[in-house]
Structure formats: structure tokens, C-alpha cells
Design a protein around this ligand. Structure first.
Ligand code: ZN
Length: 289
């Protein structure tokens, strides 16, 4: 009897410990000029299958509808992932996001989430760089990697641009950060939009990886940030402009960065350090079905 009791106790403790170890992640979506209803389930799948996260989704009212009741409980989560690019939130919901990150919450910004809220200055501080939404030199510099270092370019011009979609190489520029530590120095990302000319305050921002926006595919001719972190108050922000479509999100490089970035935003460290066997090499795309 004692042995059975001990066994039951062991199993229940093991189960509890595992459940408690999972990080609570909230995806915010509902409006986007991208196929959010297709991309949210893809990210939810990768995050859940990693075993590290439980995922909830907060879907806003549709564009043009009354947003006053949209008030996700951000502070109930370890990390909030934005797949949202749409109408303004209520003042209270905006302040709740500010307070959440200021007080140590994690935020993950994926692709067109950096298009949202062009004139919400605190949001621009949180995400570091953004595109479109009326962004220009008044919102901050372009940030590029030139001659071995990050350069803030204050020339005038619009924020946000991309050439035609194509696979492109992502180059690690900071191999010591938990998000990029141990990754190969370069991987071939699956077909995506390569965002260039993003601009913003870029305060407390670290660029972990870049990609060359080749003029041959309509790009800026600059090495543009592809993985960034931003410190905002006590909070941590992970930002990648990759992830235009569900197909782009099947890239094993994107998946790896999504998981590591979300974990780091939540905790400040990364335990998902294993490099997947199907991680893409420098010259060949690798996608997971
Ligand atoms: Zn896009």
C-alpha cells in the first residue's frame, strides 16, 4: 500500500512539476493585413509542440468594430506574442500593455505586428523598429549593419519596405545572446518578405541577426535587422520581422528563433538549446510540414 501511495505521489508530483514549468503565452490577433487566422495556429502549434509553452489566443473584434471591450489580461501571462496589425486599442488596454512590460512581462513581435500603432510612442519604444503606419524620420533612425557594426542612419525617408519574396540567408551577428547562442552562423530562411528600411527609437535594442536586402530582389542594399531584442522597463521584447505567411513560418530556422525568442522574452534565458536535426544550412531551405 505504501509503495502504491508513493508511486501515485511520485506520478502526481512529476506531472505537477511539468505543468508548472510550462510558460504561459498569449497570442493577440484579430486584425492584420496578413492571414492572421492561418498564421496564429501555425505558431501555436510550434510553441505547443515544443513542450515549453501553453498557448491562449485573444482575438480582437474585426476592423472597424467597437474595440472598447477588447482587454486581454496580459499580466496573467509570461509572454504576450503580437500577431496584430490593426485598429487602435482603448487607452486602458494600451496602458495595460505598457504596465505589463514595464513590470517585467515578455513581449514577442512577429512580422506585421511591427506595422501597427505607428503613432503610439510607447509601442514604438517597446518594439524598437517598425514599418509603415506613417513612420518616418520623426520616429527614429534606420538601423543597419555596416562594416562589422550597427549603424543608426538618421537620413529622412519612410519607414518600412520590402522587395519581392524570396528565400534569404539570416546571419547571426551576436552569438553570445541566449536566443542565438550555439546556432550556426548562417541559415537559409524559407521564402518570405525581407523587411527593410524599418525605423523607430531603437533604444535599448540589440540586433542579434541580419539579412542582406539585395537590390536584385528589390531590397535596400543594406544588411537589415532580422532578430532583435529590446529592453523596456523591467520587461524584455523579442522582435523578428520574419513570418509573412504560414509557409514562411514552416522554416525550421523561423521555428527555432520563435521558440527561443519567446522563451527568452518570458524568462531572460533559453533552455530550448538543442539545434533541430532539420535546422537549415547556410545555402538550403528546410521546412517542416
Ligand atoms: Zn508581410
Amino acid at each position: 500500500m505504501n509503495r502504491i501511495f508513493a508511486f501515485v505521489l511520485f506520478v502526481s508530483c512529476t506531472w505537477s512539476a511539468t505543468a508548472a514549468d510550462k510558460l504561459k503565452l498569449l497570442i493577440v490577433d484579430g486584425q492584420n493585413n496578413h492571414a492572421w487566422a492561418k498564421t496564429t495556429p501555425v505558431m501555436q502549434r510550434w510553441l505547443t509542440e515544443s513542450g515549453r509553452f501553453t498557448v491562449d489566443v485573444a482575438t480582437s473584434p474585426a476592423k472597424g468594430q467597437d474595440m472598447s471591450g477588447f482587454a486581454p489580461n496580459f499580466k496573467a501571462y509570461d509572454v504576450v506574442l503580437s500577431n496584430y496589425n490593426g485598429d487602435e486599442w482603448s487607452a486602458a488596454t494600451k496602458q495595460a500593455l505598457i504596465d505589463y512590460v514595464q513590470n517585467g512581462g515578455g513581449l514577442a513581435i512577429i512580422h506585421a505586428a511591427n506595422n501597427s500603432f505607428g503613432n503610439w510612442s510607447e509601442y514604438n519604444k517597446m518594439i524598437g523598429l517598425g514599418g509603415w503606419g506613417g513612420r518616418n524620420e520623426k520616429h527614429g533612425p534606420y538601423v543597419r549593419f555596416r562594416d562589422g557594426q550597427i549603424v543608426r542612419d538618421t537620413q529622412s525617408g519612410p519607414g518600412g519596405h520590402h522587395g519581392k519574396q524570396h528565400p534569404f540567408a539570416v546571419i547571426v551577428r551576436d552569438e553570445k545572446h541566449p536566443i542565438t547562442r550555439g546556432l550556426p552562423p548562417m541559415f537559409m530562411h524559407a521564402q518570405d518578405e525581407l523587411y527593410d528600411k524599418l525605423r523607430g527609437p531603437a533604444e535599448n535594442m540589440t540586433v542579434l541577426a541580419t539579412a542582406y536586402a539585395d537590390p536584385a530582389t528589390g531590397g535596400s542594399g543594406e544588411h537589415e535587422p532580422m532578430i532583435m531584442t529590446v529592453g523596456y522597463g523591467k520587461g524584455r521584447v523579442f522582435h523578428t520581422p520574419m513570418g509573412h505567411s504560414a509557409e514562411s513560418m514552416q522554416c525550421v530556422g523561423f521555428i527555432t528563433v520563435l521558440l527561443r525568442g519567446s522563451e527568452w522574452a518570458a524568462t531572460g534565458d533559453v533552455t530550448l538549446t538543442e539545434i533541430p536535426k532539420d535546422f537549415p544550412p547556410a545555402d538550403k531551405v528546410s521546412v517542416r510540414e
